[in-house]
Design a protein around this ligand. Sequence first.
Ligand code: ATP
Ligand code: MG
Length: 415
Amino acid sequence: MAQIQPPQPVRGTQSLLGEEADRFQAVTAAFDRVRRLFGFKRVEVPVIEQTAVFARSLGETTDVVSKEMYSFPDRGGDSITLRPEFTAGIARAYLSEGWQQYAPLKVATHGPTFRYERPQKGRFRQFHQLDAEILGAAEPQADVEVLLFADQLLKELGIGDNAVLKLNTLGDPPTRQAWRDALYEHFRSRSSDLSGESRDRLERNPLRILDSKAHADWPIVDAAPTIDEFLTAEAAEFFAAVTEGLNAAGVRWERAPRLVRGLDYYRHTAFEFMTDTLGAQGTVLAGGRYDGLMEALGGPHTPAIGWAAGIERLSMMIDAPEPERPDAVLVPLGDRAEREAVRLISDLRRAGIGADMAFKGNMKKRMARAAATGARFAIIVGDTELDTQAAQLKDLSSGEQRAVSFDLLGAAIRA
Ligand code: ATP
Ligand code: MG
C-alpha cells in the first residue's frame, strides 16, 4: 500500500498550543475588557463577503485588492472573498442590516483575516485582527475616543512604552486633492530614481509612494511636500481638536507628516502605533477616519473612524502570561473510585472549581501528572475515602494532606 504523508499546514497559517496560544488569548481578553470600559458593542460579521465589498471600498489600486485577496468563485458562481480586514464588512453590515438607526454606533470585534502575502516574522496569510469602529460620527471627539481605546489597550497589555502613536491628518477632500497634485509633481520630477513599484503608483495613487517599503524611495519621500502646506482652515481646525483631546487625556503622540494609510477611503485623522521591537513589521495598530467608504459602497454619506491591530504582533510583544492551571486535580485510585470520579469532578466544576482528573497509570504517575498541571491541590480518592465520604486533600506546594468530607471540598479549595 502506498504510504500516505500527513498533510502540511497551508503556508502562512499557524497552529498554536501552550504559551503561544495563551498569549493570543491574553490579547483578546484585554481587548474585550477595555472594549467594555469604553462602551463599544461586540459585533460579529461574516468571514466571507462578496468580492465587490472589498474591491469597491478598499480601492482597486491598493496592495490588498490588487494582489493580496483570497477570492474565489463559489459553487453558484459568485465571486467571494475571505475578509482581508474588518472595516469593509462592518460598513456593509451597517448599510444592509439597518444598523444606521443606531448611529453613532461604537462597535468592536476580532477574528481571522486573510491576505496572500509573503510569510515572515509577524506576517501571515491567515492572521487575526482586533477591530474597533465608530460609525456615523463626524466629530473629532470620535477620533479621540478610538485613539484613547487603542492607547489604553496597549497600556493594559504592558506595551505602551514600546509603541509610539504616530499621528497625521489627510485633510478634507480639497486638502487631499491639492496635496496629491503636489506629490504627483514631486515624484514625477524624480521618477527615474523611484522603485518600479512606486513608478507604478505614480499615476494611480501618488500618496501610496509615501508608504513605500523600498529603501531607494526613502530620500525622495523625505523630500516630498507635507500636507501642512495645503490644509484648509476646516481641516486644520479638525486636526487641532483631535490633538487637543489627546493632550487633555494625557496620551503621548508624535506628528508623522508623511504617514498615509494604504487604503483609499481615508480622510482627516490617520494613525499608527509603531514599534521597533518587531523588526520590519513595525505597525501594531493602525487606523483612521474613512468618511468616503460608505459612499464607495453605494450607501449614504456616513462619516466613520476606526482601527485594526494584528493579534499576532501584539502577542509577540506582551510578557508571557501566567499559564492557566486548574484549582485541583482529582486522583481516583481503584475501580470503585474511578466509577465515582465523574460524579465528584462534576460536582466540583458545577461549584465553580477548576478541576482536572489524572486517570492514567499507577498512583505515582497520577500524582506526578497532578503536580505537572500546576494545580494547588490534589484530591485523592480510594476505597477508604469512598467509605468515609471524605477525600484526602493534598496541598501540592506544602505537601500537607488532610481528610475533607466530599461536601466541603469546594469550600476547602476555595478558602
Ligand atoms: P503592513 O504595512 O505591515 O503590511 P498594513 O498597512 O497592510 O500593514 P493594515 O491593513 O493597517 O496593515 O492592518 C492592520 C494591522 O493588521 C497591522 O497594523 C498589522 O498589525 C496587522 N497585519 C496586517 N497584515 C498582516 C499580516 N499579513 N500578518 C499579520 N498581521 C498583519
Ligand atoms: Mg500590508
